[in-house]
Design a protein around this ligand. Structure first.
Ligand code: GTP
Ligand code: MG
Length: 679
């Protein structure tokens, strides 16, 4: 039944850097020649952090606030600044370990997101993302050159946006009705020509069409011996590739996203009920219990919102995972929370999505609230999923009953939201608009019966899901599975890593390399949809039970990979980032949360190499002092601790990043170069 996914605490919540106070009188000059050696004027002192030339009367930097004076050297400053953010790392909790039946959340991060749920008016604000095209940059000045080939990022870039990818807890809730399909289902889609990959080129990202980033890839000396073999040289074994006949249905990971209270869980619950995944008996039970608690209208949502707190508050807090079969797909439903405080949790589901349903509340005032620039999660979720590479979208315009199934209202929503989705990089042809009512069961799995919706002649929701293009799977690439959760069973001495297989395949007996501990383990058994399964292939969400490894060496944020193709582990990275509209500027020295797949680290911006023209992608300024909202730049970040990472050009899922501060996502980006790898 639905497994739930939890998330970690923002450790920058108390970080008090306030960039808003600064005056950024900064303009991009396209014709500007690269700065020559600048001279420091006599009457100024140069800030060693942000390089701003301050008037000598200033005791601290006008831009970044660093004190001027011999007693306070940079390293002291750095330590002081980093302490705020890094100390909070102690908020990580050690893994919980319980017996088998209570199997268990094990997270590398504190996961009491509920407690911070109210967190103090720190709203995530992601505004419309300006799209970049044709970005081209030369090699960064002073960057480490490589005799490896240049990294060429031909596709969208940005990756994960926002919040959390970390500390994820998956839990099997054990309700049989929603659990799962024992059959091995997968789909053979050509790796090389993927609609998905193609789509990414158009994402948020995409609007960054044809990013050609000529920065050199990592220094050859940095490569570990095992990394000498190119992933392209890998030859999969026969069992790794699915036989077409064997699999009748393709798995489709479908993220249900949208503003708080738009009806995501109700819609998901109703669909599952209509498709026989929730029995009548169970439905009666939910109805009864919901009524007793005075929450009768949440009966369908209760199928997904399982925890007492979720039910009491009437909001989803963690991602629920459930399954149903359509004509073409074995659909994995990832019902996300809409509340702004749980955006990190929403990201967990969204990073695994092949396609998405964006649920809109059509009621007067509610659609508008979701579109609000500062508080609306409709905008934020749309931006996030696009930046994760999701390019196929259904907009489920829900609660049409509340507006009398008005065509005018539906059209207005299409025109306003449609323009926004285009600005995020969604193509009109990849977006379906479905008016429906989850509560009144209109237009979900059959044509609407209410005459007020007779003006609508398009497909119902289920048909629209079947119209999605099948996702591309990297079956014939070496194994990669970012670990989003770890389940330990000490009584049995077992440890299982959970996550989505992004590439390759495993079966019992397979040797896997567990990163970052760089330990080889043997696959003992696999579970998919809570059922034992013989083989896990790209696209599957699986739990991999491991032998021959200390449980402490398996952690959320780590990666299972092929022993001959270890992924990198690094803390000094070069990124190409886009600062989101309305976000705080990024300065040299800025302390940020760095998010990558299921890992999160404190990071410091060590260098801003170039500012890029958002339309042409050309370098418009070298070594700027800051990156303002809607600007794109190449930066170097140094993380407090190393993370499992790959350049985006080599592995998208391990090369998408997003940067956050003050509970908001400030930038999305991709890893363009691993400056220095940990040995
Ligand atoms: P979060 O997960 O907390 O973001 O909420 P949600 O989007 O999952 O919304 P949920 O399903 O919990 O529903 C919120 C409220 O909207 C409940 O009271 C539902 O009964 C109501 N609701 C959902 N769908 C419809 C609908 O089609 N029409 C009407 N009138 N109300 C609906
Ligand atoms: Mg919900």
């Amino acid at each position: 039944m639905p497994r739930k996914v939890n998330y970690g605490l923002d450790y920058d919540d108390d970080y008090d850097d306030n960039y808003d106070e600064y005056d950024y009188g900064y303009e991009v000059d396209e014709n500007e020649t690269p700065p020559q050696k600048e001279t420091i004027k006599h009457s100024v002192w140069r800030c060693s952090i942000c390089t701003y030339d301050n008037d000598e009367t200033m005791s601290s930097c006008d831009i970044c606030g660093v004190l001027h004076g011999p007693l306070l050297n940079n390293s002291i400053y750095d330590k002081k600044r980093t302490a705020n953010i890094f100390d909070l790392k102690s908020s990580r909790v050690s893994s919980t370990v319980v017996g088998r039946d209570e199997a268990v959340k094990v997270s590398s991060m504190r996961s009491d997101s509920s407690n911070q749920s109210t967190e103090k008016g720190k709203h995530n604000r992601l505004d419309e993302i300006n799209i970049l095209k044709n970005i081209e940059v030369g090699p960064p000045a002073g960057s480490r050159t490589s005799d490896n080939c240049s990294a060429s990022v031909q596709e969208g870039w940005l990756g994960h946006v926002d919040e959390s990818s970390v500390a994820v807890n998956l839990r099997s809730s054990g309700k049989s009705s929603l659990s799962l399909m024992p059959k091995e289902r997968n789909v053979m889609v050509d790796d090389s020509s993927s609609s998905r990959n193609g789509g990414e080129a158009n994402s948020l990202t995409s609007n960054l069409e044809n990013i050609s980033f000529a920065a050199k890839s990592r220094h050859s000396n940095d490569a570990k011996p095992g990394r000498a073999i190119s992933r392209a040289q890998y030859k999969p074994e026969k069992w790794m590739l699915p036989e077409k006949a064997e699999h009748s249905l393709t798995q489709l990971n479908l993220a249900i996203v949208g503003h708080v209270d738009s009806g995501k869980s109700t819609l998901s619950g109703r669909l599952l009920h209509l498709l026989g995944r929730i029995s009548q008996k169970e439905m009666h039970k939910y109805e009864k219990e919901a009524k007793l608690q005075g929450k009768g209208s949440f009966a369908y949502a209760w199928a997904l919102d399982e925890s007492a707190e979720e039910r009491e508050r009437g909001i989803t807090m963690t991602v629920a995972v459930a399954y149903f079969d359509s004509k073409r797909y074995h659909v994995v439903v990832l019902d996300s929370p809409g509340h702004k405080d749980f955006v990190p949790n929403m990201i967990t589901g969204a990073t695994q999505a092949d396609a998405s349903i964006l649920v809109i509340d059509a009621s007067i005032g509610s659609f508008e609230a979701g579109m609000d620039g500062t508080k609306g999660q409709t905008r934020e979720h749309a931006q996030l999923i696009r930046s994760f590479g999701v390019d196929q979208l259904i907009v489920a315009v829900n609660k049409m009953d509340a507006v009398d199934y008005s065509k005018e209202r539906f059209d207005l929503i299409i025109s306003q939201l449609g323009a926004f989705l285009r600005s995020c990089g969604f193509k009109d042809s990849s977006v379906s608009w479905i008016p429906l009512s989850a509560v009144e069961n209109q237009n979900l799995v059959s044509a609407p019966s209410d005459f007020r919706l007779s003006w609508y002649l398009g497909p119902n929701l289920l048909d629209a899901i079947d119209s999605f293009q099948p996702p591309t799977r990297e079956f014939s690439k070496p194994l990669i599975m970012p670990i989003c959760d770890v389940i330990k069973s000490p009584s049995q001495g077992q440890v299982s890593a959970c996550g989505k297989l992004e590439a390759g395949a495993v079966r019992s007996g397979s040797k896997v390399l567990v990163m970052p501990s760089a330990t080889i383990a043997t696959v003992r058994s696999l579970e998919r949809d809570s059922q034992a399964c013989p083989i896990g292939r790209a696209g599957d969400n699986i739990a991999v039970s491991l032998n021959g490894i200390d449980g402490n060496h398996v952690m959320a944020g780590g990666v299972l990979c092929h022993p001959d193709f270890p992924i990198a582990f690094a803390k000094h990275l070069e990124l190409k980032v886009l600062v989101l509209d309305g976000a705080t500027p990024i300065l040299i020295g800025s302390q940020l949360e760095f998010h990558i797949h299921h890992a999160k680290e404190a990071a410091r911006v060590a260098r801003i190499s170039f500012l890029l023209d958002s339309k042409t992608g050309k370098v418009v300024k070298k070594a700027p002092r800051c990156i303002l909202a809607k600007q794109s730049a190449v930066v170097e970040v140094i993380l407090q601790e190393a993370v499992c990472v790959e350049e985006f050009s080599k592995c998208k899922v391990l090369g998408r990043v997003f940067l956050r501060t003050l509970g908001r996502t400030v930038a999305v980006g991709i890893v363009t170069r691993i400056v220095e790898e940990q040995q």
